[in-house]
Design a protein around this ligand. Structure first.
Ligand SMILES: [Zn+2]
Length: 452
């Protein structure tokens, strides 16, 4: 939804060297196994190579089905295509109807094995509704293709399915405990949000590891271990209406607009400059009478220059990196609001939206495993994307419940959310292998992730 506008914008990485030093699995004994592929892992990689043409054909087929979020029939059709693939791999699949939150619904698939439960997160919808002129898969060159949702994120969904197929071909799927959740409304979540995300949060509560297959920064050598939250707030103030010539008199006070201005300035003074914390008043209305419609993000105000303002409404957003940072910011904002100017009132409400996905030690450990898999496959290192460059995404709803989470394991490319959305097809088999071997190692009893 609010993720990357242009895939090429974010090439800034967090240095991961210190992270690896802190969190690498113990060296020596296990090291050679981690840095090279086992026989099973080589079979997994070979199985992916044997399916290159079919994987691309599946991608073309699902990209050619319009699944704009509000095209419920199209979203269900794309869901049915992936459901059939997962059924064939022995998953128990179901479609969760979305009528309760005015969306198409979600696809859920599950297998029970012995290992830790791994949650794989995709989505079926795109930002391109049927009225868009951008509707079809188009091959541009040997290595690139353009299409609506090709990287955001039907490519990631194909990687999920093909990675699982390769695990099955190598005889490694039965031991794994896996849940797949593919949302039908990632780009424009249904309401109420709690209902629209209940399927994912329930699955997250039962999982030890979550992997998101969004397309990320566009650089397959990066992954996302943290995303900032994306929520909003609304401030309403009141003042005592009176002739303007009497403003600041003890019984008349400062008026609603000065109270709102004091509060906004207070937010900036108390909270400005904190790393990864941002808050932006995006719309403000004030005067004698104000009408504000949240859904329309707009309204009207009436007032006169010679009348002390009686009402204001200000609406803005708030983004933070961790639940703690978010709560501290909210507490400070409430403190600022509480110090009213004479004869005014102020009320602040929050709408949380996407929770923060904090850069936890678990997420860093998971990235370290992902990085070692990538190196073992010969695809080079993987480092973390700077969270100030990563917007909110569905994985954020799983993050509060799952000890280890990373995202952006999906298909590499550029210009998602535009009619130039293009995939780098050379990375489709590579990223499928990387995901499959990662899932294999995470689900293995010799998992390199230390158990706490
Ligand atoms: Zn997406």
């Amino acid at each position: 939804m609010t993720h990357r506008r242009s895939a090429r914008m974010s090439r800034a990485f967090l240095p991961v060297v210190c992270v690896l030093a802190l969190s690498s699995p113990p060296p020596a004994a296990g090291q050679s196994k981690i840095d090279s592929l086992s026989a099973t892992e080589r079979r997994i990689a070979a199985a992916v190579d044997g399916r290159t043409a079919q994987a691309l054909a599946l991608l073309e087929r699902v990209v050619n089905i319009n699944s704009g979020t509000m095209n419920f029939e199209g979203v269900r059709q794309v869901g049915a295509a992936f459901k059939a693939e997962l059924d064939a791999l022995g998953f128990a699949t179901k479609w969760v109807d979305g009528a309760g939150f005015n969306r198409a619904g979600h696809l859920v698939a599950e297998r029970n094995g012995r290992g830790p439960r791994i949650l794989l997160i995709g989505h079926l919808d795109t930002v391109f509704e049927p009225r868009s002129s951008f509707q079809k898969f188009e091959r541009l060159s040997d290595s690139t293709a353009r299409g609506p949702g090709i990287i955001d994120m039907k490519g990631g969904d194909v990687i999920i399915v093909e990675a699982l197929r390769a695990l099955k071909a190598a005889g490694a799927l039965d031991r794994l405990s896996i849940t797949v959740v593919m949302h039908g409304d990632e780009e424009d979540a249904g309401a109420p949000l709690d209902a629209a995300r209940a399927t994912l949060t329930e699955a997250a509560k039962r999982s030890q590891i979550a992997l998101g297959f969004e397309d990320g920064s566009g650089d397959p050598h990066t992954a996302v271990i943290s995303r900032r939250s994306a929520g909003s707030w609304t401030l309403r103030t009141t003042g005592t209406a009176a002739h303007s010539s009497q403003i600041f008199r003890d019984d008349i006070g400062a008026g609603a607009l000065f109270e709102a201005a004091r509060i906004l300035q207070g937010f900036r003074e108390r909270l400005g400059g904190q790393q990864y914390l941002t808050f932006n008043p995006g719309v403000a209305l004030g005067g004698s009478e104000v009408k504000y419609d949240t859904a329309q993000s707009g309204g009207s105000a009436f007032g006169k220059t010679n009348v002390v303002a009686g009402q204001t409404v200000v609406s803005g957003d708030l983004r933070a990196l961790s639940p703690e940072q978010l709560e501290r910011a909210k507490a400070t904002m409430r403190e600022v609001v509480a110090q009213h100017l004479p004869k005014t009132t102020a009320e602040l409400t929050f709408d949380d939206g996407y929770p923060p996905m904090a850069p936890t030690d678990g997420n860093r450990r998971l990235l370290a495993v992902h990085d070692s898999v990538s190196r073992a496959l010969g695809f080079g290192p993987v480092t973390a994307v700077d969270p100030s460059r990563a917007g909110a995404a569905d994985v954020s709803f799983a993050a509060p419940y799952v000890p280890m989470v990373i995202d952006a394991l999906g298909l590499a490319g550029w210009d998602d959310h535009s009619d130039k959305e293009t995939a780098d097809l050379r990375w489709l088999p590579r990223l499928t292998k990387r995901a499959a071997v990662l899932i294999y190692r995470l689900g293995s009893r010799e998992s390199p992730i230390p158990r706490s």
